[in-house]
Design a protein around this ligand. Structure first.
Ligand SMILES: C[S@@+](CC[C@H](N)C(=O)[O-])C[C@H]1O[C@@H](n2cnc3c(N)ncnc32)[C@H](O)[C@@H]1O
Length: 273
């Protein structure tokens, strides 16, 4: 006797297979999305910089051909000096890389409050602050959960600290900036960016994602951490969307590209009450 499976049960089997496949595919998409988002988890970011802290300064300087130093100066140059002594907040301050540029500017600094989430970056910053005169306080905090008093900053500055935030976090950062600044207080953020020109973009991204990890490997014995900086940069793009978020917050904001879009800077001020 030949057993023939009823047509409806074959269909049922196929439908079940299709359903299982689509559930599996959906689960995979969710896992990939979760992994993508976990790189923005503050704990992950803090550990990444803890791990890079011993080599970050040198690797950063060598691999950027000194551009990062110039761009830090450009960031500070957007802040207009005033006669009265000012309170400056340096956000995502790392090891205090912005402080020499602040020191050599015409800003009349009363104190610098440096905010960074990474204990190891902060511990090097504590040593570095001895070489920069003036009052520097290091606040080990997640800037998105800070306890900084409202309207307490004359100026807020930040170099290369935007790329490790996703869109939602950048919106929160814009809100925190608005909270921290005094009315008429000014700010400036600089970040490494992806240029629009496809020729330059190809070489620049190749450099960020392939060459810098090798430099990281040579100094740190680990290329993965430095590879992450390329990943963050390619997801970040440039500071244009952050600039729009600042405008939406009601802040005055300007946007400028540096070196054909390899860097971008956004600066402005909080309006008078
Ligand atoms: C690329 S480093 C930039 C350091 C320095 N500003 C510079 O010019 O090189 C980014 C820094 O942002 C800090 N950071 C990242 N997310 C943060 C957060 N949510 N709150 C405070 N600091 C954060 C990291 O710990 C790291 O030290």
């Amino acid at each position: 006797m030949v057993y023939t499976q009823p047509v409806f049960s074959k269909r049922l089997l196929r439908t079940n297979n299709e359903i299982s496949f689509s559930i599996l595919a959906r689960a995979l998409v969710i896992i990939v999305e979760m992994q993508k988002e976990s790189i923005y988890n503050p704990e992950f970011v803090s550990k990444l910089f803890d791990s890079m802290s011993s080599t970050y300064g040198l690797t950063n300087y060598i691999s950027s051909f000194g551009f990062t130093e110039r761009w830090r100066k450009a960031c500070i140059s957007k802040i207009k000096p005033a006669e009265k002594p000012v309170v400056i907040y340096d956000l995502m301050s790392g090891m205090g890389e912005l402080w020499p540029s602040i020191k050599h500017s015409k800003l009349n600094v009363h104190e610098i409050n440096a905010v960074d989430i990474s204990p190891n970056m902060n511990s090097i910053a504590r040593k570095n602050k001895k070489s920069v005169s003036g009052q520097i306080n290091i606040l080990e905090q997640d800037i998105l959960k800070n306890d900084i008093e409202s309207n307490s900053a004359d100026h807020v500055v930040s170099s290369f600290g935007l790329k490790t935030f996703n869109t939602k976090q950048l919106t929160e950062l814009a809100h925190e900036l608005n909270k921290i600044l005094k009315p008429e207080g000014s700010y400036s953020f600089v970040e490494i960016s992806v240029p629009n020109n496809s020729f330059l973009k190809f070489f620049y991204m190749f450099y960020l994602t392939k060459i810098i990890p090798v430099v990281g490997y040579l100094f740190q014995g680990n290329s993965q951490d430095y590879k992450m900086l390329g990943t963050y940069t390619s997801k970040f793009g440039n500071s244009k969307s952050f600039h729009s978020m600042l405008l939406n917050e009601g802040l005055e904001s300007h946007y400028e590209e540096l070196f054909f879009g390899c860097g971008s800077i956004t600066w402005g001020k909080k309006k008078k009450n």
